[in-house]
Design a protein around this ligand. Structure first.
Ligand SMILES: C[C@](O)(CO)[C@H](O)COP(=O)(O)OP(=O)(O)OC[C@H]1O[C@@H](n2ccc(N)nc2=O)[C@H](O)[C@@H]1O
Ligand SMILES: Nc1ncnc2c1ncn2[C@@H]1O[C@H](COP(=O)(O)OP(=O)(O)OP(=O)(O)O)[C@@H](O)[C@H]1O
Length: 304
């Protein structure tokens, strides 16, 4: 065996919460223009790539059985696109250590796509310029560029055009629901609920950006907004009880994370996070909880 077959690269990639998700009218291409204020949180998947005879995907973690292991997996697609762009026929084994809820509105699949891209780039020693990596990310999905960059950013267009924004430290609890929600279905429900109404051009709220930069949790709590929340609640009415349980437990603000069904609870400090998480678990309105802080770094190659 050549030494090359022993080489592997692991990349760690964060989940996201959208502190503002302003959604415009449906575009001709089926997407919606957004003003999407992304915040990376300290919940991570790890993607490990190893040279292999054929492209294979494995996954570990509590929700591993819900993750597709074929070529539709965003990590597999990322590896294939990067190889094709560089005229390479290398195959890899991709292992995903999954900690981000699946189909939960926290960009778990996107994280794995960005992670696999960066890992393959490092494994193959390509040194692909950042702008090209971001272009491939946008081809993989609207959330994937943010998974690569992490931190805090405003996403415009369909969410793929990123401008970094300032963010202080915030503490979060996430309530993981039973089962996922399909992102296209939530956008369709948004369209249905918006029928007959004029939809404003989506814009980032200056007060939210100021609150985010200040690290003032009360100010951020007053400005959190997700236009997809009514659609997610319409498809999954039980989420209202989860949000209510978080409010009763003392969360400063509650919101559906992206397209849901994960719900996000902004809390003052790590102690409140533990208290709110315990109350949510005791309420029986969610499957499990996670605590996290923001902002978190984007996709990062781990030392081997
Ligand atoms: C809800 C969010 O997670 C918020 O960050 C994203 O907007 C969704 O991003 P994503 O999962 O990467 O979505 P994509 O894979 O790009 O698109 C999946 C589907 O979601 C819908 N979609 C997505 C993004 C967008 N700006 N408008 C849309 O209408 C479209 O039906 C699209 O076919
Ligand atoms: N690596 C992956 N991990 C999880 N799901 C994946 C992956 N690759 C493809 N998928 C598919 O994508 C679907 C959405 O899963 P994902 O976890 O990305 O949802 P999400 O967090 O709601 O996404 P987003 O917040 O970006 O809208 C899954 O149901 C699954 O079929």
């Amino acid at each position: 065996m050549s030494p090359r077959t022993h080489k592997s690269v692991t990349v760690r990639v964060p989940a996201k919460v959208n502190v503002q998700l302003a959604v415009g009218a449906a575009r001709a291409d089926g997407f919606h223009d957004l003003a999407n204020v992304f915040l990376a949180v300290s919940l991570y998947d790890e993607v490990t790539v190893t040279p292999a005879e054929t492209l294979t995907v494995t996954c570990s973690g509590p929700d591993a059985d819900q993750v597709p292991l074929d070529r539709t997996n965003l990590a597999a697609r990322a590896a294939e696109i990067l190889a094709a762009r560089n005229g390479r026929s290398d195959a890899v084994h991709l292992h995903i250590a999954k900690n981000i809820p699946v189909a939960g509105g926290m960009a778990g699949g996107s994280a794995d796509g960005a992670g696999a891209l960066l890992a393959c780039d490092a494994l193959w020693g390509l040194g692909t310029p950042r702008a090209q990596l971001l272009e491939i990310c946008a081809e993989l999905g609207s959330d994937v560029p943010f998974s690569l960059v992490g931190g805090a950013a405003l996403g415009t267009g369909r969410g793929e055009l990123l401008t970094p924004v300032e963010a202080g430290t915030f503490h979060w609890v996430f309530a993981v629901a039973d089962g996922g929600l399909s992102t296209p279905a939530v956008f369709r429900e948004f369209d249905r609920l918006a029928e007959g109404r004029s939809i404003p051009v989506p814009q980032a709220a200056p007060a939210l950006l100021t609150a985010l930069a200040s690290g003032d949790a009360d100010a951020l709590a007053a400005t959190l907004a997700n236009d997809l929340q009514p659609a997610a609640l319409s498809l999954r009415p039980q989420l209202a009880a989860t949000l209510e349980a978080g409010t009763s437990a003392g969360a400063l603000a509650t919101l559906v994370s992206g397209s849901g069904p994960t719900t996000a609870f902004l809390v003052r400090d790590p102690e409140s996070a533990l208290k709110v998480a315990a109350a949510l678990e005791a309420s029986g309105t969610c499957r499990t909880t996670r605590t996290a802080t923001s902002p978190a770094p984007g996709a990062t190659v781990l030392p081997s």
